[in-house]
Design a protein around this ligand. Structure first.
Ligand SMILES: NC(=O)c1ccc[n+]([C@@H]2O[C@H](COP(=O)([O-])OP(=O)(O)OC[C@H]3O[C@@H](n4cnc5c(N)ncnc54)[C@H](O)[C@@H]3O)[C@@H](O)[C@H]2O)c1
Length: 462
């Protein structure tokens, strides 16, 4: 089967590679000549794990063009994966999708056979049917359901593992205009997935809500674990890993995204959560659950920085390890590492930062108030304190000797507890693991319960 992918960014280029890997013939379209050229030369237009390799290996089945006509006329189905950036209200803007749909509509006008248009970009409930579908009908002069089909089918992928997630999803989500559209897409996915995952088929609006509900639910789960971590820090011997590992045994809860560490970041979670609040408000529904999650998440970097600052001499040099929002990514959007580094800088500390992928972060464009160094060793040798912001294997492999420098002791703030076993007993290191309490924390509880027990009447059981 021939598929076209409109938008060859992080998601679109990865989908093109995955489809070709599964034997589909793929025509990609982008408005950016550089992306088109890269694909035609078998190279990745964006940085993503395995993308270069998959594109290179399947080169004979992938081509790219600037022309929507060529793509639509040369394929049976088009996936539209263009940006839907958040606007000031928290909603997702349709400006790029509208343009892509009008181009697709014009191409459909020239086509004599049935074509399926699948919107993959994240949109809010109602956007596909009310915002975009009329553009296709107007520009093509054709009728949905009769001449062409429409689905809304977002992907549940994580940056850094897009191709793997795409080929091995938990399920594929299909919002369908009608039975024919949904059945066609379901059969395409059945050929495409490697793990036999089934499809959840539903109306366009239910699928639009499902997509943002999944991400918003996960943000609540992360934030809940972070609240438990903060409570553990105030308990004698408190240990968030002990508590969440037990919670994970309950099948109603499960262990994923329940670590209790820093907040969530990146290009999807924060904005999907805000967008859900926006649409709930428009529907007259109270969304305080999602709003509170967002507020708590945005407060974490400042709170953590306050705790770190209390332990350090003013003006000391602090190394922040990890600037991307997660390991193996170069994306710094809404990253806790960047927020903590900036907040420490504002408090007068000299901050030096390291990230394995800093070369791909366009550091000069960010105007950050801290220094980004190329070498982890250089960062550690200058610093009296170290803050680890992501659970990257590279940081988990550090040992006591790596922290040796001119200072007699080095403070390590291990926000994912990756070095707990290696460093917490070291005499040269003041180790602070997030979500861990100490015996000094006994006092508030003693006060609470001693007060209560003395107030109780003493009865003689005999
Ligand atoms: N990146 C993620 O982790 C992720 C995850 C889930 C969902 N999404 C959603 O997928 C969509 C795309 O995200 P992305 O990260 O791939 O974006 P991106 O910015 O990396 O890529 C978008 C691409 O679309 C191209 N484009 C824009 N208008 C076009 C048009 N009219 N015709 C052809 N090409 C056009 C751009 O040049 C760019 O190459 C967004 O709605 C996003 O919310 C992204």
């Amino acid at each position: 089967m021939k598929v076209s992918i409109i938008g060859l960014g992080k998601l679109g280029a990865s989908m093109a590679a995955a489809f070709a890997h599964r034997g589909f013939t793929v025509i990609g379209v982008d408005v950016n000549q550089k992306s088109v050229d890269a694909i035609n030369n078998g190279r990745a237009p964006v940085q993503e794990t395995g993308l270069d390799e998959y594109l290179g290996k399947n080169r004979e089945r992938i081509s790219a063009t600037l022309s929507h006509d060529e793509a639509v006329l040369g394929s049976e189905v088009s996936f539209v994966i263009v940006p839907t950036p958040s606007d000031d209200s928290g909603a997702f803007s349709l400006q790029y999708a509208e343009w892509a749909f009008s181009q697709n509509g014009k191409a459909l006008r020239k086509k004599n056979s049935y074509h399926l248009v699948v919107l993959t970009s994240t949109v809010l409930p109602g956007a596909t049917r009310e915002g975009l579908l009329p553009i296709l009908e107007k520009e093509s002069g054709k009728r949905v359901g009769r001449d062409f089909g429409v689905c809304y089918s977002p992907e549940f992928i994580a940056l850094g593992s897009i191709i793997k997630n795409f080929l091995n999803p938990d399920f594929t989500l299909i919002g369908e205009f009608d039975e024919r559209s949904g059945a066609m897409l379901e059969s395409i996915y059945a050929e495409m997935v490697e793990n036999g995952a089934g499809s959840a088929r539903m109306s366009l609006e239910n699928a639009e809500l499902t997509k943002i509900s999944v991400n918003t639910y996960v943000t609540m789960k992360i934030t809940f674990a972070n609240m438990i971590a903060s409570m553990c820090e105030q308990l004698p011997g408190g240990d968030v890993d002990v508590v969440t590992s037990a919670l994970a045994l309950d099948t109603r809860i499960g262990g994923r995204y329940l670590t209790g560490a820093l907040g969530y970041g990146g290009p999807c979670f924060p904005r999907d959560n805000v967008a859900l609040s926006f649409i709930a408000g428009k529907l007259g529904v109270d969304s305080s659950l999602a709003k509170t999650t967002d507020t708590l998440n945005r407060s974490i970097a400042e709170r953590v920085t306050g705790n770190i600052a209390k332990e350090l001499k003013p003006g000391s040099t602090v190394a922040v390890l990890g600037l991307a929002y997660k390991p193996f990514s170069h994306v710094t959007e809404e990253s806790q590492g960047v927020q903590i580094a900036e907040a420490l800088s504002r408090r007068g500390f000299r901050v030096v930062a390291y990230d394995a992928l800093s070369q791909e972060m366009s550091v000069a464009e960010h105007n950050w108030s801290f220094l980004v160094l190329d070498s982890l060793g250089e960062c550690l040798s200058q610093s009296e304190a170290v803050v680890i912001t992501v659970p990257a294997p590279e940081f988990a492999e550090l040992s006591e000797i790596d922290f040796e420098n001119q200072w007699a002791t080095v403070s390590v703030f291990d926000l994912w507890r990756t070095l707990r076993n290696r460093l917490s007993k070291s005499p040269r290191i003041r180790y602070f693991g997030s979500g861990l309490g100490t015996d000094e924390k006994l006092e508030p509880l003693r006060k609470l319960w001693t007060g209560k027990s003395t107030a109780l009447p003493i009865t003689n059981a005999s």
